[in-house]
Write a protein that binds this ligand. Structure first.
Ligand SMILES: Nc1ncnc2c1ncn2[C@@H]1O[C@H](COP(=O)(O)OP(=O)(O)OP(=O)(O)O)[C@@H](O)[C@H]1O
Length: 205
């Protein structure tokens, strides 16, 4: 393993999707794209060790199997396309109350912590779920279409927040998306899940 390597994936496969091989350096964000239904979300779930899979993964040189599953999932954290909420209001979903600066980075005032979940729009849920996963301070962020429900301004805020987090923490990210222009902006390189489940690195245009 390269000395500066943060995250290594070898021969990862789930059902007939894969294999995926990649290495992430600190601060790096790579894209993962492909047709709807090609298996991108299933790969993210496998990377978070949420579903059975084949192949190996290492974080800071430690094999996934050597960590407790909950510890791996906190360090290699999935932001699913649709977030889950289990309390009535926003605030209790955060381990520590987020400060006003973090909330404001995604366009919220502190009052949002008292809002009921059932009043949240899909875009508000998506932005709050991003803040919630960042509060875990993960080493690898698995982002499943993190701006799919956002307008352009809010998508830009989310992109900037994620970039600031990666730069400030040295974490890395895998960003699943369909918007090629956005992926070219946020990711240093991109992988495509092609027909038949094979995965190849896309050549820069
Ligand atoms: N647990 C499962 N067992 C079997 N098949 C599944 C399972 N979960 C999802 N699938 C199927 O696997 C395929 C890939 O699903 P996945 O959600 O990974 O696609 P995706 O590439 O993320 O699509 P989209 O871009 O539409 O979000 C789909 O045909 C889906 O129905």
């Amino acid at each position: 393993m390269n000395r500066s390597e943060l995250f290594r994936v070898r021969n990862l496969a789930v059902a007939d999707i894969g294999p995926l091989d990649l290495a992430l350096q600190p601060g790096e964000c790579v894209g993962l794209t492909g047709a709807s239904g090609s298996g991108k979300s299933r790969l993210l779930r496998a990377l978070a060790d949420l579903d059975p899979h084949r192949g190996g993964m290492w974080l800071d040189g430690e094999a996934a199997g050597s960590l407790k599953p909950w510890d791996w999932r906190r360090r290699v954290a999935l932001l699913p396309a649709e977030s889950a909420w289990w309390h009535d209001t926003v605030g209790p979903h955060f381990p520590d109350e987020p400060d006003a600066a973090a909330l404001s980075a995604l366009g919220f005032k502190p009052e949002v912590l008292g809002w009921r979940i059932d009043r949240l729009s899909s875009g508000e849920k998506q932005r709050l779920a991003l803040l919630r996963v960042l509060a875990l301070r993960p080493r690898v962020l698995l982002l499943d279409e993190p701006t799919a429900n956002l307008d352009r301004d809010n998508a830009g805020r989310a992109e900037a927040l994620i970039r600031d987090y990666l730069d400030g923490s040295g974490a890395a990210a895998i960003w699943v998306g369909h918007d090629q222009a956005q992926l070219r902006k946020v990711a240093v390189r991109c992988y495509r899940v092609a027909a038949g489940g094979t995965i190849r690195e896309e050549q820069a245009a």
